[in-house]
Structures are given as structure tokens and as C-alpha cells.
Design a protein around this ligand. Structure first.
Ligand SMILES: [Zn+2]
Length: 305
């Protein structure tokens, strides 16, 4: 190969590999349990802060999964603001109840009460995010709910990356409430580290089980930590070579049409596919653990009190 041909070859090689990695490493952001009650921020201040952070970070579209029993006047106004900013509004049930406790018929009713309350919002999509990611503990319950959803034009708004952002948020809000001195830089670092551990773990599982990096859907909550640090997390993710995509793009991935025949769905779709394929390795990572996070929190965030 002469030097000109060698240069062209290496340029082509670089283009191909960088294209592959750009296309492969993509992630959509989704926020459950909106509108969440006041914590560190009041509800409306949290909405302001979160919208500003997303805008500043250049994230054009995320999805908010709404628990419609929380739609009093102030809650409704917050969801309208998310919709007006171009984000997707979708269904996370009316009362966020346990399927096992209320039974399948009541559970299905609850989904469609929420549906009727959400249809008027701009940005509404017929997507259902299962509370607790619990798709049913028996095949009959699971299949009855799946049939009700598809029969009504609904898509399962699965996640691929599970994590415990809600435990970190609960520890933060409790620390704030009880007057603990909080190291916000350490808190930001711990939040990003925990989320990134989860991204890497489930992306590794995706490569191992499916032979590729799927278009990921990250489960977050509409909480104070998201409002405080989502822009920093997005900058961090981009520095690792990943891109942020709309949830609409993420649900174009081929795994959106794979419905694994398993009862373990509460760690996301990639883990469910792994389980269905007989994968025997771990389906969650080290920091997806309450004790681990509590210990880290006490060491890092409250230490200097
Ligand atoms: Zn939830």
C-alpha cells in the first residue's frame, strides 16, 4: 500500500469506527413520578431549575412520566410548563399503586384514569411507564395488562438503565430537612458517579447479550438532584463520547419490539432480555444498593459536620 492509499485507509477506518461509536452510544433521559412534592426546592422552583438546566445543556427533549393523582392546580401548571418546553408527557398511572395490592382490574382502571387526564396536554404520548417497573409477578397478570395497553394503542415505555437516584435524593432531602451541612460538590460527584456506573453496567450487559450498544433509556425521577445536577451529568456523558437523544429516537431501537417472556422486568429491558436468554451473570451493579449509597453519603456528603 502506498502512503496515499495508507492515509485514505486510516481516514476511512477512523471515520467508520468513530461513526459506529457515535451511533452506538446514545441515551435518552426520562423523569418519573412528576410532579413530585417539595423537597429542597418548592415544586415550581424545581420545575424552573430543571427546565433551565436542560435548556442550558442543549437537551431538546426528555419525557416526564406523570402520576395524575398529583395534578392539583400547581402540579398541572408544572406539567404544562414541561409540555410547552417541548418535552414529552406520558403515563405513570393515576395513583402509583402496587399491582399485587389492588389487583389487575383496578390496576388497569388506574392506567386509563391517568390516560383520560393526560390526553389534553400538549406533548402527550400514549406511553406507559410501570410504577416500580413491576410488569406483573404472574404470567396471567402480566399478559392481561400488556393486552390492555396494546389494545388501547399504548407502548411500554421501558427503561434500559435502572439506578437508585431516588435513594440519593431521599438522603439529600432528609439531610436538608434536618439541617445537616451538605457538601454540594461531593453530592454532584456522587450523583454523576452513581448514574455513570449504571450506564456503563447496562451498556456492558447490552454489548454482552445483544452484541451491540442499544439506544438507552435512563430512568431518573423529577427530583431535586435532577434539577441541581442534570446539566453536569449531560456534560459528563458527552465528554465520555456519548450523545443525548430524544426518547422518541430511543424507542426506535429494535429492542422496543422484543417482549421478553420473563417475570423479571424491574431492572429494565436489557436485563429482561438477558434473563430470557439464560444469562447467569449479575443483572445489577455494586452501587445499585441502599447500604452502599447510605454509607457513601454519610462519608462524603455529611462528613464535615
Ligand atoms: Zn414511579
Amino acid at each position: 500500500m502506498n502512503s496515499f492509499a495508507a492515509t485514505i485507509f486510516s481516514l476511512l477506518f477512523l471515520l467508520t469506527t468513530s461513526n459506529t461509536s457515535l451511533q452506538a452510544q446514545q441515551i435518552a433521559l426520562t423523569f418519573d413520578d412528576a410532579p413530585m412534592r417539595s423537597g429542597y426546592f418548592s415544586g415550581s422552583a424545581r420545575t424552573d431549575t430543571l427546565l433551565t438546566a436542560l435548556k442550558n445543556a442543549g437537551v431538546e427533549q426528555v419525557a416526564f412520566f406523570v402520576v395524575t393523582s398529583r395534578l392539583n392546580a400547581a402540579g398541572t401548571a408544572r406539567i404544562e410548563r414541561y409540555a410547552q418546553a417541548g418535552h414529552i408527557i406520558a403515563n405513570h398511572s393515576h395513583r402509583h399503586q402496587s399491582m399485587r395490592r389492588i389487583g389487575v382490574p383496578n390496576y388497569i382502571d388506574d392506567i386509563f384514569i391517568a390516560d383520560s387526564l393526560l390526553r389534553g396536554f400538549a406533548g402527550y404520548n400514549p406511553w406507559y411507564r410501570y410504577p416500580f417497573l413491576d410488569e406483573g409477578r404472574t404470567r396471567s397478570a402480566r399478559d392481561a395488562i400488556r393486552a390492555a395497553l396494546t389494545g388501547n394503542g399504548y407502548q411500554n415505555a421501558y427503561v434500559t438503565i435502572d439506578n437508585y437516584d431516588w435513594i440519593l435524593d431521599a438522603l439529600f432531602v432528609e439531610g436538608h430537612r434536618t439541617g445537616r451541612k451538605i457538601d454540594f460538590e461531593q453530592l454532584k460527584a456522587l450523583y454523576i458517579e452513581h448514574l455513570w456506573n449504571s450506564v456503563q453496567f447496562y451498556d456492558g450487559l447490552s454489548r454482552e447479550v445483544l452484541g451491540r450498544s442499544v439506544r438507552h433509556v435512563l430512568l431518573l425521577h423529577e427530583n431535586d438532584l435532577a434539577a441541581l445536577f442534570i446539566d453536569d451529568f449531560v456534560y459528563f456523558v458527552r465528554r465520555q463520547g456519548w450523545g443525548i437523544i430524544s426518547p422518541i429516537d430511543a424507542y426506535q431501537d429494535a429492542i422496543a419490539t422484543i417482549v421478553p417472556d420473563v417475570l423479571l422486568n424491574n431492572q429494565g429491558r436489557v436485563a429482561a432480555i438477558a434473563k430470557a436468554q439464560g444469562y447467569t451473570g449479575p443483572l445489577s451493579q455494586q452501587s445499585e444498593d441502599r447500604n452502599y449509597l447510605e454509607k457513601k453519603f454519610n462519608q462524603l456528603i455529611f462528613d464535615q459536620n
